[in-house]
Ligand binder design. Sequence first.
Ligand SMILES: *Cc1c(COP(=O)(O)O)cnc(C)c1O
Length: 408
Amino acid sequence: MNQTFVSHLECSMTGQRYEAGRVRGLSDAGRPLLVRYDLEALAASVGKDAIAASDAPGFWRYAPFLPVTEPGNRTTLGEVVTPLIALEGSAPGLGARPGRILVKDEGRLPTGSFKARGLCLAVSMAKELGLGHLAIPTNGNAGAALAAYARRAGLRATVFCPADTPEIGVREIRQQGADVWRVDGLIDDCGRIVGAGREKAGWFDVSTLKEPYRIEGKKTMGLELAEQLGWTLPDVIFYPTGGGTGLIGMWKAFRELRDIGWIDGPPPRMVAVQAEGCAPIVRAWETGEEHAPRWEDARTVAAGIRVPAAIGDFLIVRAIRESGGFAMAVSDEAIAVARDHVARMDGLLLCPESAAAAAACRRALDRGLVGPDDRVVLYNCATGLKYPMAPVERRLDKDENIDFDRFA
Ligand SMILES: *Cc1c(COP(=O)(O)O)cnc(C)c1O
């Protein structure tokens, strides 16, 4: 398909319209830009059957809902439709019946995280618009995805991460050909460097929500989920929220699907999960504010959600409110307990961010915020292999007489 249904870009705050097909970062009001489509035309020419028949890799099956015009600009590293895995053995410990909680395992995507969705789209659009050098602040996964897709597309990538970013992520970024720097600060400090270098270093800023296309990639999480569930949606979605691209993107997907009549019924309640050591959205939600002031002294083991300030804060809060959802923070201890529990009882290794979602789910079930019959989806946002795990100290001496009773 050598065509898109994009009609224009729109400021998420003021609604001001911008012509598509040009390089753009934020709107004139300094807010995120959203891609808008001629959904009537889309619905008139694309049906569910056409999507079902697509043989494009992974989320590229939703190309009619995406902004890339020239198929040759679709950068691919073998994207896959990520599986939905029902929790069985671990479900009762979370307060649910076996099979009631589904985990969408995004760790199967290229570079091992769902950041692949957003950065694949950002890079494909950068290529389409003729950009040559991209820069990003990251807690690891976004930088890795940018590095991989940028090199794949023949673009340069420069990456800034907090000095204590999980080690494997920093190394992965360099291994995949990006110029990576450790910064003595948090992700928003890295973001300031990227912003300040735009003119002098000549790179394009692909920070979360500071260009319009990563959100379109993350939107495919919602499209894919709907198709996997036979064009229905779950009752509740627990989403570990940092910059919020995924939550905002899924919410956008559900609206677009409703607007073209592919789904009906109430949308899922969106639950933003954060860590107690960095919970600006939860605080804003609880105090009823639209904007979330910066969280000072942010700390949590869940690196991907250690985001002290989010430029799309008001969009996250709106999506939670419109969906009838809520926001919840959990402790690092609860994260570790949930990660161990799901790994031991179901053989599924969650990343700490998603273990936070599992911990929040447990608490929400406990408090009756979510009912026992509700169909719940959590996203495993990255492969658990990217994060530190407890060391194994036990050793066996092959030359000694082994007492096999101890293994019985
Ligand atoms: C980036 C990231 C998040 C947060 O995603 P947003 O859509 O930016 O809120 C959560 N978990 C992991 C593993 C991540 O890499």
